[in-house]
Write a protein that binds this ligand. Structure first.
Ligand code: GZL
Ligand code: ZN
Length: 346
């Protein structure tokens, strides 16, 4: 067991000390009362994560849920990167409920993990539980989505996309389309999860950019909760109440794909009768883009795992890390989707 020498915060020593002492007591107990003759010697010490040539970091990770292709790709990236980094991951899926995330974070504090990382399903209501983590001396890393807390000392950094920028890129593409200067363009909008940073910011960025052209009007905007079924149901309602829809702006591919089912069921051609802009660029979305059913996708990169594990190691070692790490991402039109599909990782 390698004693940690780097200048880790005192609380980490205490936590690790507690874990080490517990392991030693367990080993002695096993030795004292034998271990069912597994070996003639003094019993076998428990297989402790620390035995792998160094005390491994324990990370508690609270994930939003499994609502979309993006989310499952993000979960895969986090789990695989923890494995590669030798970080012990305690992973919990909150089924898109904030109270489940708060419970999970409290549980991680109980277990005295070394670091907590989570993607907050909505922006607000986190201060109390983040104050508890701070009092326990456990650093918190926000990944993917942000919180609206005024107290930025409650988390070490926020690693994720700039969602306002994503909304702006979607609006910019629409501004540049010839139809936008030919006459009125009626837009319907499928919002992400109500109260979530991506939904709030993607709506804001898009609205800000299209305000430059009065032809562009959002005639209906409602949440589809980032799911295919949500996108399909809301699009069915939009089609019934709006005879002339020219454009759909969906805050993620999954809602766009659900909407495509509704558009085709209504006898209209997605990508032609109704132009479609989405965000994420997951494989199914990129396939629809290549097939001409979607017209433009703004990428939102889910592969945050490697950067997250790197930041976690630094923060546990007491090193300085930037308060904000913005992920790299691009945009795709139909030609670019055909190019990128064969090597798409997610
Ligand atoms: C964005 C992420 C969003 C995706 C959706 O970073 O939080 O949540 O755009 C996912 O697909 O459900
Ligand atoms: Zn029209």
């Amino acid at each position: 067991m390698r004693w940690t020498t780097e200048s880790t915060p005192r609380s980490t020593f205490r936590r690790r000390g507690v874990r080490l002492a517990a392991a030693a007591v367990l080993a002695l107990t096993l030795a004292a009362c034998g271990n069912g003759g597994a070996d003639a010697g003094g019993g076998s010490a428990p297989a402790d994560a620390g035995d792998s040539g160094g005390e491994s970091i324990v990370m508690g990770f609270s994930q939003v849920g499994a609502e979309s292709g993006w989310r499952t790709a993000n979960t895969k990236s986090v789990q695989e990167s923890a494995e590669e980094a030798g970080i012990e991951l305690q992973f919990s899926d909150a089924q898109q409920k904030q109270e489940n995330q708060i419970k999970a974070i409290r549980n991680f504090i109980q277990q005295q993990v070394d670091v907590i990382a989570f993607s907050p399903v909505v922006e607000s209501g986190w201060d109390p539980v983040l104050q508890e983590a701070k009092r326990a001396g456990i650093p918190v890393i926000l990944t993917d989505r942000a919180v609206d807390s005024a107290d930025t000392s409650l988390y070490a950094t926020f690693l994720g996309s700039d969602f306002i920028e994503e909304g702006k890129k979607a609006g910019q593409w629409l501004l540049e389309q010839p139809e936008s200067s030919a006459g009125p363009v009626n837009i319907v909008e499928l919002q992400g999860t109500t109260g979530s940073a991506p939904a709030i910011d993607r709506q804001e960025g898009f609205a800000e950019v299209i305000a430059a052209n009065p032809n562009l009007k959002v005639v209906a905007s409602q949440t589809g909760d980032f799911t295919r079924s949500g996108g399909k149901q809301v699009m069915e309602a939009f089609l019934k109440s709006n005879p002339d829809i020219d454009v759909l702006y969906a805050h993620n591919d999954d809602m766009g794909l659900g909407a495509i089912e509704a558009i085709e069921a209504a006898g209209k051609v997605p990508g032609q009768d109704i132009k479609i802009i989405t965000v994420d660029a997951v494989k199914d979305g990129m396939q629809a883009l290549a097939d001409g059913k979607i017209n433009y996708i703004v990428e939102c990169n889910p592969l945050l795992g490697p950067q997250l594990m790197d930041l976690a190691k630094k923060v546990v070692a007491g090193e300085q890390i930037p308060p904000r790490v913005v992920t790299e991402e691009t945009t795709f039109d139909q030609a670019a989707a055909k190019e990128a599909l064969p090597t798409r990782q997610y």
